[in-house]
Design a binder for this molecule. Structure first.
Ligand code: ZN
Length: 420
């Protein structure tokens, strides 16, 4: 559990999540590969490759070839938040504010009156225009607050208020500052000259600490549970389990919250190309790779909705996942979650073998289901895919909630996939 808490603290945006994963993998003896070099891979070894700093694919190769050829767990590294616009510094009287765009689908009102910080990537000048260098940065200190309007200025606030992102969600950054104070802070943090900074991509994050709550300490309230619970469990399970057969893969991918359609996201051919490159290192030609891929198995691991204690009516009558009840297989007749009985029963049996309880989620027939990586990734990875997730409350709030025991259950189920 402490490992998850540390991961939640360090993984403040997609780039710091990948940096943290890479540190864990380095410590565990995984070898980093560059995306565009010729690989010499060996059986019995473990590797990882970063994709543009914000996605990461790690894999371990058993001594024996396996069936399925690849056993994959995928999750996402990004989170709903507010992203700084170019030249974000705004001045309004004494107030210094930041101009932001909405990234993904945060529950806006949960982001008000909280200490926020900034993390992301800074691009530095190189030798020529193509030779730019991106650094990962986390300013760590609480720097910003999005202030609520006092109830005396809006007596109707408790009847519900629609928040306009361009008006209501501009964070306050300080008082009476002049000039480009973000560039100045970045140059100090990175110890580089201000004019070496070409530009930056910075994301706000909730600087609150994760907290264990409940009379028996059974719940975890924390920012970024979606999807660091799944990614954290997969990293731990992969490090602890060398496969006996086949190739085990962890794909931690950026941009799920905005639809995955980026070069480093799940909607890109990148994971499929990387898997083909791995298979080629072990002698498979393209036709053999296609055969290996179609028989491979992937868990698309993203959090699931537990029944809300005050709003049980928004769930299906029968399929009602509870916190503490183990991972959830997510189904949808419209295939917004991958729904194939021959595939999801594989995961159910793996959970049973590991002594892990497993639950089922399907939306009410009069509600539209959410979606995630599985249906997007199947376009480039036409293998056996199952959507699963740890049950939780308040998805996309600045603080989300889950049962501590479900982290252990989820990790054990991933170990069941990885150790075979
Ligand atoms: Zn998610």
């Amino acid at each position: 559990m402490q490992k998850l808490i540390d991961f939640l603290k360090k993984g403040t945006c997609a780039a710091t999540v990948v940096k943290t994963i890479a540190e864990e993998l380095d410590q565990a003896g995984f070898e980093e590969l560059a995306l565009s070099e010729n690989w010499q891979l060996e059986r019995g070894h473990s590797y990882y490759v970063k994709i543009r700093d914000t996605s990461c694919v790690a894999f371990r190769v058993a001594q024996e070839e396996g069936n399925p050829y690849f056993r994959i767990v995928s999750g996402h590294t990004d989170q709903p938040c507010y992203k700084l616009k170019p030249q974000p510094e705004l001045k309004d009287g004494a107030s210094n504010k930041l101009n932001v765009s909405v990234y993904g689908g945060p529950i806006h009102n949960t982001w008000l009156d909280r200490p926020l910080s900034l993390a992301g990537r800074v691009v530095l000048k190189g030798e020529n225009p193509f030779d730019t260098k991106a650094c990962v940065v986390d300013l760590k200190k609480p720097l910003l607050v999005i202030p609520n309007l006092a109830i005396h200025m809006n007596r109707e606030v408790n009847k519900g208020k629609e928040l306009n992102p361009q008006v209501d969600l501009q964070p306050l950054a300080g008082l009476n500052m002049d000039g480009a104070f973000i560039t100045k802070a970045l140059s100090q943090e990175l110890n580089v000259a201000e004019d070496a900074i070409l530009d930056y991509e910075l994301y706000t994050y909730n600087a609150d600490e994760p907290t264990v709550v409940g009379f028996n300490g059974e719940l975890l309230s924390a920012p970024r549970l979606d999807d660091l619970v799944m990614v954290g469990a997969a990293v731990e399970a992969m490090i602890e389990n060398m496969p006996k057969t086949g190739i085990t893969v962890l794909a931690a991918l950026d941009n799920e919250e905005i639809g995955s359609r980026t070069a480093q996201g799940g909607g890109s051919a990148m994971v499929s190309l990387l898997l083909e490159k791995i298979a080629a290192c072990f002698g498979k030609d393209r036709s053999e790779y296609i055969d290996a891929l179609t028989g491979s198995f992937m868990l698309s691991a993203d959090v699931a909705h537990a029944v809300h204690p005050n709003h049980g009516e928004v769930h299906d009558k029968v399929n009602r996942p509870v916190m503490g009840g183990g991972p959830v297989i997510k189904l949808d007749a419209g295939q917004r979650y991958m729904t194939n009985a021959a595939d999801y029963t594989v995961y159910r049996q793996i959970c049973e073998a590991e002594g892990v309880p497993v639950q089922t989620f399907i939306s009410r027939a009069d509600m539209v289901s959410g979606s995630t990586l599985g249906p997007v990734m199947c376009g480039f990875l036409p293998c056996r895919i199952v959507d699963i997730g740890t049950p939780m409350l308040s998805m996309h709030s600045a603080r989300e909630m889950m049962a501590c025991i479900d982290y252990e259950y989820t990790k054990r189920s991933f170990a069941g996939i990885y150790k075979l």
